[in-house]
Ligand binder design. Structure first.
Ligand code: TYM
Length: 333
């Protein structure tokens, strides 16, 4: 029991807005399962966050279950970690309101994701999109998470969560742990295969820009063959070679080889050979995940039980934090 209490706590989440990409996997989810041994972990399907963009209700419900199944397939073990769906722990929303009252308009205006998403959906720049980082701060702070394993695109949100936690602690009394972000050494920013200046994103309108964890071998190979590179023809990492550098990053993340070793391995060989090699390691990495995904999705009862138990366990921790916060800010008991 004592050892349990000494373990650091982890919280992270992923939106169920589509099947996960290779970017989600390498940047975040793969590390989640690796961290289960050493930490006390809570992993969440962030379905409330998905509402900031218009969703089809039936599709969102289905994708929420599929996302949970994919997390299990990627190695999240409910015997070791708490796996839950965000909306099934209502305390996140309650804490989010309190935290939004400790967050400045100016801080939220500086969030690059808000600026990007409002440019992408000018017809729906809703208040939820703006206050999204407050809900994300609540997700993290309600569990007093020490570490948050995310890709680099979430670092700014994490910084805000730290600032809000610190402000709350100063205004009232020490309450929240200040969370640290945890980015993987390689693959913290996997880029689009078509426009390597952009991150690989499941909401990209061009399906050739991303690899989905459910893509079959032929599709993976085809997408890598079409990946944008450059005219030099040399497998070498450089700032002016973002396409090739991105492919090298993917290969590195999945094989553990360094960039120099990869350059040596493919010296004198064209991009064709290299792209096939990258596709090969990706296909090998996805094969066991896809088999397990099919198995978990077919077992509805198991999935429902895991999520019900996860929500109950997360809810107990979240409820305690919320009660403390409500008392400190002056809510009637
Ligand atoms: P989301 O759903 O966009 O992405 C889930 C995780 O995948 C990482 N990621 C990437 N990493 C490397 N390269 C990429 N191309 C790439 N694309 C995505 C993301 O950094 C993320 O770690 N706001 C979050 C979900 C969330 C959350 C939280 C995360 C809600 N509450 C609390 C941590 C803690 C999001 O939209 O992630």
């Amino acid at each position: 029991m004592e050892q349990q209490a000494a373990k650091k706590r982890i919280l992270s989440g992923i939106q169920p807005t589509g099947t996960f990409t290779l970017g989600n996997y390498i940047g975040a989810v793969r590390n989640w399962s690796r961290m289960q041994e050493e930490y006390e972990c809570l992993y969440m399907v962030a379905n409330l966050h998905a509402l900031t963009v218009r969703q089809d209700p039936a599709a969102l419900r289905r994708q929420t279950r599929e996302s949970a199944a994919l997390l299990l397939a990627c190695g999240i073990d409910p015997a070791k970690s708490i796996l839950f769906v965000q909306s099934q722990v209502p305390a996140h929303c309650e804490l989010s309101w309190v935290l939004s009252c400790c967050t400045q308009f100016g801080e939220l205006s500086r969030m690059t994701q808000f600026k990007d998403k409002s440019a992408k959906h000018p017809e729906n720049v809703n208040a939820g999109l703006f206050t999204y980082p407050c809900l994300m701060a609540a997700d993290i702070l309600i569990y007093n998470a020490d570490l948050v394993p995310v890709g680099a695109d979430q670092n700014q949100h994490l910084e805000l969560a730290r600032n809000v936690a610190q402000r709350f602690n100063n205004n009232y009394s020490p309450t929240f742990t200040l969370p640290e972000g945890y980015n993987p050494k390689t693959g913290a920013r996997v880029r689009s295969l078509q426009e390597p200046a952009k991150k690989m994103s499941k909401s990209d309108t061009n399906a050739n820009a991303y690899i989905l964890l459910t893509d079959d071998a032929d599709t993976v190979l085809r997408k890598f063959k079409r990946a944008v590179t450059d005219s030099e023809g040399a497998v070498r990492a450089a700032e002016d070679k973002p396409g090739v550098t991105n492919l090298m990053g993917i290969y590195s993340a999945l094989t553990g080889k360094g960039l120099d070793a990869i350059e040596a391995e493919f010296a004198g060989q064209g991009y064709g050979v290299f792209k096939e090699a990258v596709a090969g390691v990706v296909i090998d990495a996805l094969r066991p995940i896809q088999a397990e995904y099919a198995r978990v999705l077919a077992d509805k009862e198991y999935l429902d039980r895991v999520l019900a138990e996860g929500a109950a366990a997360a809810g107990r921790i979240a409820g305690r934090t919320l009660a403390k916060v409500y008392r400190k800010v002056g809510m009637l008991q």
